[in-house]
Write a protein that binds this ligand. Structure first.
Ligand SMILES: [Zn+2]
Length: 78
């Protein structure tokens, strides 16, 4: 019941395998995630990142508009 024998067992049992990108667990190569929860986790974080990117984009546009407004309006009052 040592760790090395456990690893050998996994090797023998599963052969070539890849690791889950979420939790790092060993899993069959034809799978992308080890479990449904890891899959959900992955898509959840991806969606969050996309939302973050969109927010940054909106922020940039708002900044640009504000800068344009300042550039056009300030001379009117100057
Ligand atoms: Zn996993």
């Amino acid at each position: 019941m040592s760790q090395s024998s456990w690893k050998d067992q996994i090797k023998k049992k599963w052969g070539p395998h890849s690791h889950c990108p979420i939790c790092g667990k060993a899993m069959p190569t034809d799978k992308k995630f080890c479990s449904q929860s890891c899959k959900d986790n992955y898509f959840e974080s991806e969606r969050k990142q996309k939302r973050k990117g969109r927010l940054q984009c909106i922020f940039l546009i708002v900044m640009l508009v504000v800068m344009m407004l300042v550039m056009f309006i300030l001379p009117l009052f100057g």
